[in-house]
Write a protein that binds this ligand. Structure first.
Ligand SMILES: Cc1cc2nc3c(=O)[nH]c(=O)nc-3n(C[C@H](O)[C@H](O)[C@H](O)COP(=O)(O)OP(=O)(O)OC[C@H]3O[C@@H](n4cnc5c(N)ncnc54)[C@H](O)[C@@H]3O)c2cc1C
Length: 305
């Protein structure tokens, strides 16, 4: 089975003439990271970019109000009847339709936008000293600029303060210093923590010591969710140098020695297998299960040669 695959890949590589499909960059996975990459890599207009993703654009329900963990605990409104089905009952909002898995086959996190669609929308950067431990070029000084580039803080701060702390205000991703809606249980928890001697902070993203807080969230000023598809991919989709191909599952990386030259993928609706080549790079952003899986399959296949 593996050898048949390797032979066919070798033949495909040998057959590479002038007419094979090729892009400067191929991005595998259009989730959180893939949406950002597709936007940035196509921004200059100088590079051709192909994005492969399992499922297409998310249904409108994913723009619903931010779901925080109290909803799970207090409202008891979670059901597993149809996979990852959740009803959000925040005061002031209509209940959001249950998240459905029928269109993606498994998790709704397979739509374009990925796990940012289903996450709890907590916007937590790591502490400056933790970032400094990442190594040269990845410390707080460098990362702070990147965080600010992404962020668009859209609300005045908790308690009405005008000083919003260390956030960017002109990026593509809407964030709020505190959720539009905070469940009373959260406030009780903060009060209890204070009584137990744990201080409260208004700066969870920069505070160094242990503390409790109402968390910053990735949400718009009206309390609905910011996600990677809306913030990064949708605005880039009209660019002529970006091709977003959904219903396409990457199955194998095509190697030339230690260099990845392309991707073999399957159109799920027709079960047709295709190959596409990269003139510059293949970028893996298919999540913490499927990126390692592609690499594992590669390693396994190479060890069999
Ligand atoms: C329930 C839940 C709650 C969370 N809450 C928070 C939170 O509050 N705050 C926070 O910061 N983080 C949260 N996270 C974590 C955060 O969402 C993830 O760390 C982040 O979204 C991962 O981004 P990613 O791009 O690596 O993967 P994903 O966003 O998961 O994207 C992977 C993409 O790859 C595609 N794909 C997979 N395999 C293939 C393939 N073979 N071919 C083509 N496409 C493929 C998928 O369709 C998907 O679109 C949460 C995660 C979950 C699941």
């Amino acid at each position: 089975m593996v050898s048949v695959f390797l032979v066919s890949m070798a033949l495909l590589c040998l057959a590479r003439g002038g007419d094979e499909e090729a892009y400067d960059y191929i991005i595998v996975g259009g989730g959180t990271a893939g949406s950002v990459l597709a936007n940035r890599l196509s921004e200059s207009g100088k590079h051709s970019v192909l994005l492969l993703n399992v499922a297409g654009a998310p249904p409108a329900a994913y723009q619903g109000p931010v779901l925080l963990s109290d909803e799970y605990i207090v409202q008891k409104n979670r059901t597993t009847d149809s996979g990852l089905a959740v009803k959000i009952l925040q005061p002031g909002y209509r209940a959001v339709e249950a998240f459905s898995v029928k269109e993606t086959g498994s998790s709704p996190a397979r739509f374009l936008g990925g796990s940012s669609l289903v996450g709890l929308s907590l916007y937590l950067r790591d502490h400056p000293e933790a970032l400094d431990a990442w190594g040269k070029g990845w410390g707080w000084k460098e990362m702070r600029k990147q965080f600010h580039k992404v962020e668009r803080l859209g609300r005045t701060c908790y308690g009405g303060s005008k000083s919003c702390g260390d956030y960017g205000t002109a990026g593509l991703f809407d964030i709020a210093k505190e959720p539009a809606y905070t469940h009373p249980l959260t406030m009780d928890f903060l009060a209890a923590a204070k009584e137990a001697g744990i201080p409260e902070t208004r700066e969870l993203n920069t505070m160094h010591d242990a503390a409790t807080a109402v968390p910053p969230t990735s949400q718009h000023t009206d309390g609905t969710k910011s996600h990677a598809f809306d913030a990064f991919l949708r605005p880039a989709m009209g660019r002529s140098n970006l091709n977003v191909r959904h219903g396409a599952r990457a199955d194998r990386l095509i190697m030339d020695g230690h260099v990845c030259k392309g991707v073999a993928y399957r159109y799920l609706s027709t079960e047709e297998d295709r190959v596409v080549f990269a003139k510059k790079e293949v970028v893996l952003s298919s999540g913490y299960v499927y990126s390692p899986r592609l690499l594992f399959c590669l390693d396994w296949a190479q060890r069999r040669i």
